[in-house]
Design a protein around this ligand. Structure first.
Ligand SMILES: Cc1cc2nc3c(=O)[nH]c(=O)nc-3n(C[C@H](O)[C@H](O)[C@H](O)COP(=O)(O)O)c2cc1C
Length: 183
């Protein structure tokens, strides 16, 4: 039996909604980084016991939130002992704009996984980019390195387009299947 953890920060609830969908679909434990950028000792233990770790953060000013970065910097203690070596990793980011420089955030998450000696799980869903494509389609934002989500900046998480929610669900399923193979 594999164990997956989704660790995320969310300032205003949008990333939290996506984290919940990914976690439910991946049968994962959900760990929220608090507003001070901290998680509990129990949470660190949960991460240590996980076969796959999924990183989630909003894109703020073209990168992860400072709270997520504080968590990442704190993980240097684990890094030093190679505690997460050979685990699976995946990532997602939510931003206000369709593009919004989310790729910068995903690249950061991928690099963080590589620093820890992990193996990165891609999205593996063809992009919906034809004339007929809509925001209700799977992977309509055309991601590949991870899950991209856009949340209108003047609305709460309920306004996140259906296609992005469906993509989050599919990504969680993929993570669960790969973790089961890897464990
Ligand atoms: C400080 C700050 C910086 C932001 N920077 C970006 C950005 O670089 N690109 C973008 O598209 N949206 C940006 N946004 C919008 C957020 O990414 C968007 O509202 C997102 O849904 C917030 O997720 P959350 O509710 O989980 O915090 C920014 C928002 C804040 C508060």
């Amino acid at each position: 039996m594999s164990q997956v953890s989704v660790i995320f920060h969310s300032g205003y609830g949008h990333t939290k909604k996506i984290a919940e969908i990914v976690a439910q679909s991946a049968h994962a434990k959900l760990i929220e980084i608090n507003s001070e950028g901290d998680i509990s000792d129990t949470d660190w233990q949960t991460l240590a016991e996980s076969d796959a770790i999924v990183f989630g953060t909003p894109t703020y000013m073209g990168g992860p939130s400072w709270q997520f970065k504080k968590f990442a910097d704190t993980s240097s203690k684990v890094w030093f002992n190679r505690g997460w070596s050979n685990k699976l990793f995946a990532g997602f980011s939510v931003s206000g704009s369709l593009n919004g420089d989310k790729q910068m955030t995903l690249s950061y998450l991928q690099t963080l996984a590589a620093q820890h000696g992990g193996l990165w799980i891609s999205l593996d869903i063809l992009p919906a980019n034809t004339l007929a494509a809509t925001r209700d389609d799977l992977n309509n934002l055309g991601g590949s390195a991870g899950l991209l989500v856009q949340a209108p900046s003047d609305a709460d998480a309920e306004a996140i387009p259906t296609g992005d929610l469906k993509t989050a669900e599919a990504f969680g399923k993929r993570i669960n299947e790969l973790a089961a193979k890897w464990a």
